[in-house]
Design a protein around this ligand. Structure first.
Ligand SMILES: [Zn+2]
Length: 432
């Protein structure tokens, strides 16, 4: 039975524990104990060991827009560039790009990804490519099959948007229902947004998710214009439209929730909704800063996503939740560091339908992520401060070892199955 001795490990709360022995049996953690010195037979993990990080919101194919779409324009001009890319992807090019992008996530300590998938092209081939890509990259996948039926409220899908949809909500339900949970893959549902799905259609998507006990996600109030269009059409906010469609009767994740008002926050909190924040994307697209602390106080759980994948670094997302809110409120310490790590691990995994992922505890799936302190960023970190130091100063490049379901996926900072930069280079070159 392989045992791992962690110099420091996060077992919950706001401080790390020194000298933690983790026994792994197959894909699960069998025992967790403390020992000041390592057993010579144990594998030694120097640095801080965290549970697997959960990326609660990703669109893998957006990785091809990195570096090309950041200097000007708006959310809406960025969306046009994204549409142009979506218009020319095939299952083969999507699969190669997703495989390399998911492998980049593994290198960054992400062991579970929620892929919010809407580029269906009316068939299963794109989804199949994503499932194969995650498996080859060694990460656990929740395939969030998004219903996307309209180009805007009361508008048809035009241009590349035509590839996002199904003929009807019933056709979406039939297609999504053909896929079943498998080893390392879980199905979830989404109503893409109030722009793309009507309230009646949302009710069908919600019923589909509830019947399967599948997580349900939606983009909510990412941009002020979405709120304005929703108010004009329905006289209600997107949060209220989703609530009235019954969406919160299923385990629900609101992605972004950037422009929500006090009544929306109360609704989301009372329903115990998870809010998936994507701060690096929200700042790139000039979306705004969400009211994360107020949402948490109201009863929401928080999760984190890399969304447009202009950057794949959950350490940056973790600190952005706190630092962005400091700029808005003029206060420091809005979030406890343990709460930030819960968003990046256990609460994100739960939002993706994996209640047995995200804690270093007996019975949990054996996902271990070790952050080394041998870089210039973290050298000299006092052990007692390690949890905060990693939250505020680490980068994805400091991840040294990653284990998923008891299998080592990243060793000494390298992916065990592929040359990830070379794979990215190849997948991106084809799309240029
Ligand atoms: Zn998104």
């Amino acid at each position: 039975v392989p045992a791992y001795w962690c110099e420091l490990a996060w077992l919950g709360g706001d401080t790390p524990t020194a000298g933690v022995v983790i026994d792994v049996d197959g894909e699960r953690i069998r025992a967790v104990a403390t020992a000041p010195a390592p057993d010579p037979r144990a594998v030694r993990l120097d640095g801080l060991t965290l549970p697997g990080l959960a990326n609660a919101h990703s669109h893998a194919f957006h990785r091809a827009l990195r570096g090309r779409t950041h200097t000007d324009g708006s959310f809406w001009t960025w969306r046009d560039e994204m549409y142009a890319l979506a218009g020319r992807l095939t299952p083969e090019t999507m699969g190669a790009l997703a495989r390399a992008t998911f492998a980049e996530m593994a290198l960054a300590g992400i062991t579970t990804v929620g892929e919010f998938h809407y580029l269906h092209d009316g068939a299963d081939a794109m989804g199949d490519a994503l499932v194969a890509a995650a498996s080859e990259a060694g990460v656990r996948l929740t395939l969030i099959d998004a219903c996307y039926l309209h180009g805007g409220i009361g508008q048809p899908r035009v241009g590349p948007q035509r590839r996002f949809g199904d003929a009807s909500v019933e056709a979406w339900a039939r297609r999504a229902g053909r896929r079943v949970d498998a080893d390392g893959v879980r199905m979830a549902a989404a109503s893409h947004s109030v722009r793309a799905v009507t309230p009646d259609e949302m009710a069908v998507v919600t019923a589909w998710a509830r019947a399967r006990q599948a997580p349900l996600h939606a983009h909510v109030s990412e941009q002020p214009a979405e709120n304005e269009q929703c108010m004009a059409a329905y006289g209600r906010t997107p949060t209220r439209v989703l609530a009235d469609a019954g969406a919160f009767s299923s385990p629900f994740t609101a992605v972004h929730a950037t422009h929500v008002d006090a009544a929306d926050i109360a609704l989301l909190g009372a329903a115990g909704v998870t809010v998936a924040l994507c701060p690096t994307t929200e700042r790139d697209l000039a979306d705004g800063v969400g009211a994360a602390a107020a949402l948490r106080c109201a009863g929401c759980r928080l999760a984190l996503g890399t969304d447009a994948n202009a950057m794949i670094d959950l350490f940056e997302e973790v600190r952005a939740v706190e630092l962005d809110e400091r700029l808005v409120t003029g206060r420091r310490g809005v979030h406890r560091v343990g709460d930030l790590w819960a968003a990046a691990t256990v609460d994100g995994a739960a939002a993706l339908g994996w209640p047995d992922v995200g804690r270093l505890a007996v019975g949990q799936r054996a996902d271990l992520v070790t952050v080394s302190f041998d870089s210039v960023r973290l050298a000299g970190t006092p052990p007692a401060d390690a949890l905060a130091a990693v939250a505020f100063a680490a980068t994805a490049a400091d991840v040294r070892t990653v284990m998923v379901d008891g299998r080592v996926v990243v060793a000494d900072g390298h992916h065990v199955a592929m040359d990830v930069p070379a794979e990215l280079d190849k997948a991106l070159a084809v799309l240029r």
